[in-house]
Design a protein around this ligand. Structure first.
Ligand SMILES: [Zn+2]
Length: 555
């Protein structure tokens, strides 16, 4: 009789391939799946999985856990939502390669773009590495979750070109040096490269990747493709639909020239812009011309919160407000309260355009002061109309009464049309996963989209089958992104598995918590209905609790 380390009995096996689920056993031994369907041997541990779905562990292709992995090797709360592999290093930013004198710049880019505080970096990210392989060696020690890292184009440029990275195109010798770094990273286990057409740094200057010309991008992709795999991920210039479409065209050229897969994040459904459909049309046009270019989509409404005590992307378009937001707390309170500055702030808010125009739609959420309680649940526009005052005055008065800690919520505006979103998350040229988990942590919690897909689109509305949803989060992205051995329940594959109740799986409450190094805050949300999460054959999370196992790998 054969033996196994772990056996799941009588589960609904949804194997990640998209084919129909079936009832059976799954046995695990030596970190791998050793039997699927029927197992007549005995497991050291046996789990009765009747009434539960057993699927491959979910893959989150868009995260920014690069710093968090330095103190939290589980990338919490991802595993609580069934995620067993996270792709890091998105949006042109990675923590390596980095020279000693480039560390401050890398930190400030992460702080401005991803909302991870400098004081968190100072407290918990040691920067004992210089090269990309050295960074991977640092996080590999005691890793809990599987990590599949991208190397950031802005980091590479900064490393090779110094300050010139934000001034000009690269010279041929510099491109050659960058290609060598890419080859070294791929050899060490990188999944690909990330870049950005849109992000700005702490001085409102374009990030280094935005100064690259097409020949540089193609050269980097060709260097990456020598490894036999490779993804080129980008953030498009989303504020301008025409530029976003031009970005998609360029990705088509890159894909064809270098033979790589390109991924663009995010494609959102928005009431003000035909952006999503136009982007899909552009992706289809590139596909017809032989390119592999995919969008990234998320199932949730793109809700976010603004607190003047933290960071807010909604204020980047208002230089006067942004300047005060750059001041440390609690000194920032006095600047916002300064009567000499109020008129200019109010006037600037009155002209808010682009993303900042959404400020009028913000709803008052959690408040501290009793005087603010009457405002809870109302939008700033409603309050301004009923009091006959400007939005700027209203924001300042409410926030100042709470020492700037008022939570202003943007809800149900972006990606809120469930029918449109259902089409996007099922589209063959869109990959599931624009979560941004690990980033924007004082504005929203990106983790939990996997649970949301199962809860809302599968169980509650039936807009997607369980098999299709699981395929999207596992086998499909594993294949397209080059995570070849992950994403399937099949004999010989690494045992990354999730056991859950498909009828009760649910996203828990979103909580604002002070649990980041450097006394920093973040939003987190728990997943409900998950029984067990297995990574490389070991149970890492069971019945709501983490075990001692830390079996994660660079994959
Ligand atoms: Zn991102």
């Amino acid at each position: 009789m054969s033996s196994a380390d772990l056996v799941f009995r009588n589960a609904l096996i949804v194997d990640g391939s998209g084919s129909p689920g079936f009832q059976g056993d799954v046995a695990v031994g030596g970190g791998e799946i050793i039997a699927v369907g029927e197992f007549d041997g005995e497991g050291t541990e046996e789990i009765d999985a009747a009434g539960r779905a057993l699927t491959p562990g979910f893959i989150d292709i868009h995260t920014h856990f690069d710093p968090q992995l330095c103190w939290d090797s589980l990338a919490t709360p991802s595993i609580e939502h069934g995620v067993t592999t996270v792709v890091t290093g998105n949006c042109s930013l990675s923590l390596a390669p980095v020279h000693k004198n480039g560390i401050a710049k890398v930190i400030s880019m992460f702080e401005v773009i991803e909302d991870i505080k400098k004081r968190t970096f100072d407290a918990a990210v040691p920067f004992t590495w210089e090269t990309f392989p050295e960074y991977l060696d640092h996080i590999r020690e005691g890793l809990g979750i599987n990590v599949s890292p991208l190397i950031g184009h802005s980091a590479i440029r900064l490393y090779v070109m110094g300050e010139d990275a934000q001034k000009r195109a690269a010279h041929p010798d510099e491109i050659e040096a960058m290609c060598a770094i890419v080859e070294e990273a791929m050899a060490a286990g990188a999944l690909g490269i990330s870049s950005s057409y849109v992000d700005i740094d702490e001085n409102m200057d374009p990030v280094p990747s935005r100064f690259a010309e097409l020949d540089e991008k193609i050269a980097l992709c060709k260097a990456m493709a020598k490894s036999g795999r490779g993804v080129w991920q980008v953030v498009p210039f989303f504020p301008d639909p025409a530029q976003q479409l031009a970005n998609i065209k360029e990705l088509g050229e890159i894909s064809r020239a270098a033979g790589v897969m390109c991924s663009l994040q995010p494609i959102l459904s928005s009431p003000d812009s035909p952006n999503a459909q136009e982007s899909i049309d552009a992706l289809e046009e590139e596909r017809a011309k032989g390119a592999r270019v995919y969008g990234q989509v998320m199932p949730r409404c793109f809700d976010l919160n603004m607190r003047l005590s933290e960071t807010s992307m909604l204020l980047y378009g208002l230089p006067g407000w942004k300047a005060i937001m750059d001041e440390p707390m609690p000194g920032r309170i006095a600047s916002f309260a300064d009567p000499d500055r109020r008129a200019a702030l109010v006037e600037e808010m009155g002209k808010a355009a682009g993303m900042s125009a959404a400020i009028a739609l913000l709803r008052v959420g959690a408040v501290k002061s009793a005087t603010n309680e009457a405002y809870v649940g109302k939008t700033l526009m409603e309050i301004a109309a009923s009091e006959g005052r400007s939005i700027g005055d209203i924001v300042l008065d409410i926030a100042l009464a709470d020492d700037l800690e008022t939570e202003f919520q943007l809800k149900d505006v972006l990606n809120a049309d469930k029918e449109a979103v259902a089409g996007l998350i099922d589209h063959p040229l869109c990959h599931f996963g624009a979560s941004d988990a690990g980033a924007h942590i004082t504005q929203f919690c990106g983790t939990g989209d996997t649970t949301h897909l199962l809860e809302y689109y599968v169980e509650k509305t039936g807009k997607m089958t369980l098999e299709r949803a699981v395929h999207r989060m596992t086998g499909e992205v594993a294949k397209d992104w080059g995570l070849a051995d992950r994403g399937l329940i099949a004999v010989g594959r690494p045992a990354d598995l999730v056991l859950f109740d498909p009828h009760t799986v649910a996203v828990g409450d979103t909580v604002f918590r002070n649990d980041f190094p450097g006394e920093a805050n973040r939003y987190i949300r728990e997943g409900r209905g998950y029984d067990a999460v297995v990574i490389n054959g070991e149970i890492v999370h069971r019945d709501g609790k983490y075990t001692e196992a830390r079996p994660g790998r660079i994959v």
